[in-house]
Design a protein around this ligand. Structure first.
Ligand SMILES: Nc1ncnc2c1ncn2[C@@H]1O[C@H](COP(=O)(O)OP(=O)(O)OP(=O)(O)O)[C@@H](O)[C@H]1O
Ligand SMILES: [Mg+2]
Length: 518
């Protein structure tokens, strides 16, 4: 760390309980957020969070407290936690203290700024709305992101948040003219390292900064790493007038770290054990992610949803800060429909005719309506079978299932394990595809022809490549299996419902006209 100590203010450790350290200062009591150094090699960093009385402060250690003992000397650095800012931070990787962790040459020519800063005032904020294209069909069509907005990727464990975030980085960084800052909070170190290697390989590192406080670090470090990353982002926005892309994996871990700190400090927990100050802490961070007339910070944040419960206070609080919420559903992931975005639960404030235009808006509404109707019909299909539906309803099912398949997309970042080449699709192509499916142009195509493709024209090419043994008309096939699917991933996709084959997809082997469940 840069801030060197003013030797004048010395204290002494009076108690150590895990990460919580009480220190006595006889002369000058350090203010809140002061950083103190202690330990034999001054390697233990403590942030003051409370002044207990006239002589004592209580702080939380941002490093492990091994070896710390009562009576040890403590130095007051005379300032808060600081982050390095300046051009020199580009292409580097940092920890919460601003130490470089990429084994490259030491930093020179940087300025150090406090990580505790106020959000820009209302008067400085900019209010224009512009769409930010990602090249991912389902996002661009149904949940358009806002340039300078905040988007959240919500999902339980292992539904694809990190994969989707990495794909967005891949798609956007190349043609994003500004600076990108990746902040890893409380996730796996392995993922950070993989991302660093991937960025290096893609040669986008020169415009990128990475800041990590991963799951192996103490709660204090995970709690502050987001602020450190934001401080760097604010420098690029305010001083260099550049647009910044701030990517966070995972903002829930920030809330969780705050909960740990709060618990350690002995505060009474609030709902579901969360800290009573969760709302304030989260807004303190989120409100700093704002657009001003000089530059914009666009942020995409992964949000872990504990136990897939979207009413969890952490998820609810986060929702309220975002301009677009992308919800990943476990059900779709289990069906192999990747990205597993649930369009009916996801929303974006950009999806209005004034911003995206009448045609896009109309199409998006029509898609949502079709998918919603299909969801309602699912129960009837499960109980009575597809043939009990009216012809119109059957058409809705056909369209909805084709839309669902068309809105899947192979990712560049998953090429190794899906064996499919990644695809980037322009908004225009994505809209055209949806329009043509809604116009029933593909109703005689097998659903599989629309699965994991880029533009809709690929469906035609794919249909031809399907071996002749498999009938082109899906409805006539009594047993539609995953055999024709090149990718192993494909076998996971639920088979198309057969009008004559009874209720649920697993009954697909029954003969036409066979018995139904009722
Ligand atoms: N678009 C996709 N295509 C194919 N497979 C995917 C895709 N997205 C996710 N997966 C599968 O899901 C797995 C978990 O994804 P990921 O690591 O992104 O989950 P996560 O939501 O970040 O989980 P965690 O909460 O544990 O961090 C991946 O390893 C991959 O097998
Ligand atoms: Mg993850």
């Amino acid at each position: 760390m840069e801030n060197k100590t003013s030797l004048s203010n010395l204290g002494v450790v009076v108690s150590v309980r895990g990460s919580v350290v009480d220190i006595r200062f006889d002369e000058h009591l350090p203010p809140i957020y002061s950083v103190l150094l202690t330990g034999l090699e001054k390697q233990i960093v403590i942030e003051v969070l409370a002044q207990q009385d006239a002589r004592h402060v209580r702080g939380i250690a941002l490093t492990p407290t091994q070896g710390l003992a009562r009576g040890m000397a403590v130095e007051d650095t005379g300032g808060p936690l600081k982050a390095p800012v300046g051009k020199a931070v580009l292409s580097r990787m940092f920890d919460v203290f601003g130490n470089t962790i990429d084994r490259e040459a030491a930093l020179s020519d940087v300025e150090w700024r406090s990580v505790h800063r106020a959000p820009p005032s209302l008067a400085r904020r900019s209010t224009k709305s512009e769409v930010f294209e990602t090249g991912i069909k389902v996002i661009d069509v149904l949940v358009p992101l806002e340039r300078g907005g905040k988007a959240g990727l919500f999902g339980g464990a292992g539904v694809g948040k990190t994969v989707l975030l990495t794909e967005m980085i891949h798609n956007m960084i190349g043609h994003h003219k500004g600076v990108s800052i990746f902040c890893g909070i409380g996730e796996r170190c392995r993922e950070g390292e993989e991302l660093y290697d991937a960025m290096k390989e893609a040669a986008v590192l020169p415009n990128m900064v990475m800041v990590f406080g991963q799951m192996n670090e103490p709660p204090g470090a995970r709690f502050r790493v987001g602020h450190a990353a934001l401080t760097m982002a604010e420098y690029f926005r305010d001083d260099e007038h550049r647009d910044v892309l701030l990517l966070v994996d995972n903002i829930f871990r920030f809330i969780q770290a705050g909960m740990e700190v709060s618990g350690l400090m002995g505060q009474m927990p609030s709902r579901l054990g969360y800290q009573p100050t969760m709302g304030t802490e989260l807004s303190g961070l989120e409100e700093r992610i704002a657009n001003t007339d000089t530059g914009a910070i666009t942020s995409i944040q992964a949000v872990y949803v504990p136990a897939d419960d979207f009413t969890d206070p952490a998820a609810v609080h986060t929702f309220s800060h975002l301009s677009a919420s992308i919800v990943l559903s476990r059900k779709r992931a289990s069906e192999g429909l990747f990205p597993a975005i649930d369009p009916l639960q996801s929303s974006s404030k950009m999806a209005t005719p004034g911003i995206v235009g009448e045609r896009h808006y109309g199409l998006a509404q029509e898609i949502r309506r079709t998918l919603a109707q299909y969801t309602e019909l699912k129960d009837i299909i499960a109980m009575l079978g597809l043939e009990q539906l009216s012809p119109e309803d059957r058409n809705v099912v056909v369209r909805a299932r084709r839309l669902e398949r068309f809105l899947t997309q192979p990712f560049f970042t998953t090429e190794q394990f899906t064996g499919l080449k990644g695809k980037l699709v322009s908004l225009k192509d994505a809209l055209d595809g949806c329009e043509r499916i809604l116009g029933d142009e593909f109703k005689d195509y097998p659903e599989s022809a629309l699965y994991m493709i880029g533009t809709i024209d690929e469906a035609k090419a794919k249909e031809k490549s399907i071996p002749p043994a498999v009938p082109a008309k899906p409805e006539s096939a009594a047993a539609k299996s995953g055999l024709k699917d090149a990718a192993g991933l494909r076998a996971k996709v639920a088979p198309e419902p057969q009008p004559n084959a009874g209720a649920k997809p697993p009954l697909k082997l029954e003969h036409a006209g066979g018995s139904h469940e009722s």
